[in-house]
Design a protein around this ligand. Structure first.
Ligand code: 13P
Ligand code: SF4
Length: 312
């Protein structure tokens, strides 16, 4: 017999206790997953939570690179994820072998490599430091002045960070397939419908879209921005799951999802692979779990720790 939604939630909470698990969820997860999680946040907040948790099992509701980051920080813990195929187009755009070959072909440049956290453990292992959208400006400002920077894999985030810091960087040409769907046309149209609205956009958007925004920031910073905004209408140009978190935190605001040219809002198919049923099953079976070769994990850990220290 099919379990009811209430049974399923109760069973998840029972298994969480039995497993001594913590449930971490990204801001783009479905509302029902956010509501059952112990902590909901952006990539940076989630990495700090993963580093600090006393739980023995981390059930990570997000995409694979986020769960992998938790594993890199916790090699002796079990890190599980509802769907092992929840990937990321940015991660796909920069295979570790390609980055390694590029660095070998350009050894004379002596690049300081900064990787956006949306990449594989293999890529992290090749980098000097990691960043998220929440701390990228800070991390780039702390890069050695006498070395050229290679920024991977998101060219849009990289372009925004160059503007913010005035630091020139060579950019890997990756992108988020969700955020590049927002266009100048689709955002101008919604702005015309809500002429008094402020616009907040994620830095993974293209420059043309970013220039239409009043604020550009990470998903977590959007929460404070919307809470403190002096207007009621706010157009939120990022993945649609964000609206659930924002509506809870800023209930007095009218939050309007940023549309694309084809759709009133925009989902990440990878984030949406996770369901309550799959969360239940992974807690029950302790599978799928994140596993990785120890030498790669150890090499990937150093630039993540460096980021966590540099962004305090
Ligand atoms: P945040 O770190 O801002 O939550 O972004 C993660 C992400 O995947 C955006 O697409
Ligand atoms: Fe990756 Fe884009 Fe999905 Fe974020 S929204 S997880 S960057 S594909």
């Amino acid at each position: 017999m099919q379990a009811t939604a209430i049974d399923l939630k109760e069973e998840i909470l029972r298994l969480k206790k039995e497993r001594n698990a913590v449930i971490l969820a990204h801001n783009y997860q479905d509302g029902e997953i956010q509501d059952i999680a112990d902590y909901v946040g952006d990539s940076l907040g989630l990495a700090y939570k993963a580093q600090d948790t006393p739980a023995e099992v981390i059930a990570f509701c997000g995409v694979h690179f986020m769960a992998e980051t938790a594993k890199i920080l916790n090699p002796n813990k079990t890190v599980i994820l509802p769907d092992k195929d929840a990937g990321c187009s940015l991660e796909e755009s920069c295979p570790a072998e390609d980055l390694e070959a590029f660095l070998k072909a350009n050894t004379e440049k002596n690049y300081y490599v900064i990787a956006y956290i949306n990449c594989s453990g293999g890529v992290k292992a090749l980098c000097d430091v990691i960043c998220t959208s929440g701390n990228a400006v800070k991390i780039v400002n702390k890069a050695p002045a006498d070395r050229p920077i290679l920024f991977v894999p998101d060219a849009n985030l990289g372009a925004w960070v160059m503007e913010q810091t005035g630091r020139k960087m060579d950019l890997w040409q990756g992108s988020c397939y969700v955020h590049v769907e927002f266009t100048q046309n689709s955002i101008n149209k919604i702005k015309a419908e809500y002429p008094d609205a402020l616009v907040v956009a994620h830095p993974e958007c293209t420059t043309a879209v970013r220039l239409l925004a009043d604020e550009v920031c990470s998903t977590e910073k959007m929460v404070a921005y919307c809470k403190n905004a002096p207007v009621k209408d706010i157009i939120v140009v990022t993945e649609s799951g964000m609206l659930h978190r924002l509506q809870k935190e800023a209930p007095d605001k009218n939050l309007i999802p940023g549309p694309t040219d084809h759709c009133a809002c925009n989902d990440c198919k990878f984030m949406k692979m996770n369901t309550l049923q799959k969360l239940h099953d992974c807690l029950k079976n302790l599978s799928p779990s994140v596993e990785m070769p120890e030498d790669i994990r150890a090499r990937a850990e150093a630039p993540i720790i460096k980021m966590l220290e540099q962004s305090k």
